[in-house]
Design a protein around this ligand. Structure first.
Ligand SMILES: Nc1ncnc2c1ncn2[C@@H]1O[C@H](COP(=O)(O)OP(=O)(O)OP(=O)(O)O)[C@@H](O)[C@H]1O
Ligand SMILES: NC(=O)c1ccc[n+]([C@@H]2O[C@H](COP(=O)(O)O)[C@@H](O)[C@H]2O)c1
Length: 244
């Protein structure tokens, strides 16, 4: 029997702030691959977008990274990569994938190519001892997939490279129909076998937008956000919240 393909998952987004659902996506995807026996998921990466992405209400990357670290404290396999936030400007998602894939490849090829001090914290432990290829795939909710159709937002060649060279894992989101969306697109249909759609049977439509709105109105976000993330938000008065 051949060993299943090894994959890593990377989620790109604002994470403004990160919600438990952002991290739950990883669990849902890993369970799917385990159950199907089609791949072994060896690591997960959360890559928050650069400050210059310029989305309204985006708090600094330093706050967003700290909240992700707090939110991921109980995960033993999903990690933060602050690489995007450290660049001079916003990085297209295709290039973010390329950077992380190249890094993974270089570690697999020659574990001596980096010394202990240089090892980025997003790399899974033991990667340097793994054999074979580890394929990095973009993990996203169905709304990100649907944003591919927004005119001018994504270059066709980037979509083609992301799906053709890496692969896409889409988690269904309330009100979305990723199958239909892919069927309606010639480009996506061409690469259909590189797209994995995972049904989230317990859809949860918590979004960062909703959380920001509640916080701004002084309403409770308890049970929607990690308690320690909420504590951090209130301590730093983020999203128009008050300390109490
Ligand atoms: N409830 C959810 N179900 C499935 N996927 C989700 C959910 N919330 C976020 N995601 C996915 O997480 C990734 C990062 O999302 P992002 O930071 O844009 O979060 P968001 O909650 O959609 O943000 P905002 O409300 O600020 O637009 C995207 O791929 C998005 O589709
Ligand atoms: N052309 C591109 O590569 C492109 C376009 C739009 C959004 N994105 C990425 O998608 C994510 C979207 O996040 P939001 O849903 O919060 O806007 C971000 O990581 C952003 O960098 C990439």
């Amino acid at each position: 029997m051949t060993a299943p393909t090894k994959i890593m998952l990377i989620a790109c987004g604002s994470f403004n702030p990160c919600t438990p659902m952002h991290f739950r996506m990883f669990e849902i995807a890993r369970d799917h691959f385990n159950q199907m026996g089609t791949a072994e998921v060896v690591g997960g990466i959360v890559s928050p977008v650069h400050d210059s992405y310029g989305k309204k209400g985006l708090v600094s990357a330093s706050h967003r990274c700290t909240m992700i670290k707090i939110g991921l404290q109980s995960s033993d396999w999903v990690r933060l990569s602050d690489w995007e936030t450290q660049q001079e400007e916003w990085t297209r998602t295709r290039l973010t994938l390329q950077y992380h894939q190249n890094y993974i490849n270089s570690v697999l090829k020659d574990s001596n190519s980096i010394n202990d001090q240089q090892i980025p914290s997003w790399l899974p432990e033991g990667l340097n001892k793994m054999t074979g290829h580890v394929q990095l795939k973009l993990l996203c909710g169905a709304d990100l997939l649907e944003s591919f159709a927004t005119p001018g937002l994504w270059k066709d060649e980037d979509i083609e490279a992301i799906i053709g060279q890496h692969g896409l894992v889409v988690i269904s989101r309330a009100g979305s129909n990723p199958e239909q969306f892919i069927f309606n697109s010639d480009l996506l249909s061409r690469y259909r076998r590189n797209i994995t759609i995972v049904t989230n049977w317990v859809t949860n439509d918590v979004s960062s937008t909703l959380v920001r709105r509640l916080l701004g109105r002084g309403l409770s976000v308890k049970y929607l956000l990690d308690d320690y993330v909420t504590e951090y938000i209130k301590k730093h008065l983020l999203y128009g919240s008050s300390a109490t």
